[in-house]
Design a protein around this ligand. Structure first.
Ligand code: SF4
Length: 231
């Protein structure tokens, strides 16, 4: 692979990011991860929601010790926690679980719009301390709010954010899962194309936006982890 050589990744300019994105659009996800691992590992992590393990499969083939972060809000479906354990064993993950401290009264009941920010996003902030870059499995086809997501960017903290699967279609994902026998959350096959916490996730019907089941009835569309794509 011949990717742009950028002398100092901490000084990535807007122009350099634009050139990298153009190049990454023609690269495989593994090549994008290789670029990131070469420059940032071990000061880099991968955040996982345990909807599927596609990015984990891609990334651990490049660097088995890549740090995988899972934020346990205390409200995950049992299927999600079972998938976490399955994936942890399958890949021997360097797993870091960030646990939200439970509230006496669940915040999603009293203030569902703001529940994610003080709890879930705060755990992400903790996980990113000391990091220079992070990766997620976010894809453009997942929702309108994600349709312009870049493969590489600077996030609001100034860290390098990579979405190596940004330009993957649903078919690409299905094909990769089948070809590589990648673990998936069983809820995916039960009408949940996007899986978050149980109080805020419902199944979708055919034709609905894949993320229509998240915070249904509220204007909220993102939890805030990726607010550079949906402010
Ligand atoms: S998805 Fe719902 S329960 Fe989970 S952190 Fe966000 S608002 Fe709270």
């Amino acid at each position: 692979m011949t990717l742009l050589h950028v002398p100092s990744t901490d000084d990535l300019t807007d122009e350099a990011l634009a050139e990298l994105n153009a190049e990454f659009e023609r690269s495989s996800a593994g090549e994008v991860v290789e670029w990131a691992v070469e420059r940032f590992h071990p000061q880099m992590c991968l955040t996982a929601s345990m909807t599927d393990a596609v990015l984990i499969d891609v990334a651990t083939k490049v660097e088995p010790a890549v740090e995988v972060v899972f934020i346990d809000t205390g409200y995950h479906f049992p299927e999600t926690l079972e998938t976490l354990e399955l994936v942890r064993r399958r890949y021997g993950l360097n797993l870091r679980i960030m646990t939200v401290t439970p509230h006496a009264v669940p915040v999603w009941k009293s203030d569902p719009v703001n529940c994610c920010t003080p709890d879930k996003v705060a755990q992400l902030e903790r996980a990113l301390v000391g990091k220079r870059a992070w990766m997620s499995g976010l894809r453009r086809q997942e929702s309108k709010s994600r349709q312009d997501a870049p493969i590489v960017s600077r996030d609001r903290r100034g860290l390098v954010k990579l979405n190596p699967l940004a330009n993957w279609t649903d078919l690409d994902v299905e094909g990769y899962i089948a070809d590589h026998d990648v673990p998936v959350n069983p809820l995916l096959r039960k009408g949940y194309p996007s899986i978050g916490c149980w109080p805020c996730t419902r199944p979708v019907i055919p034709g609905e936006d894949p993320r229509a089941g998240r915070w249904a009835g509220l204007e909220k569309t993102e939890c805030g982890l990726h607010d550079e794509v949906a402010p």
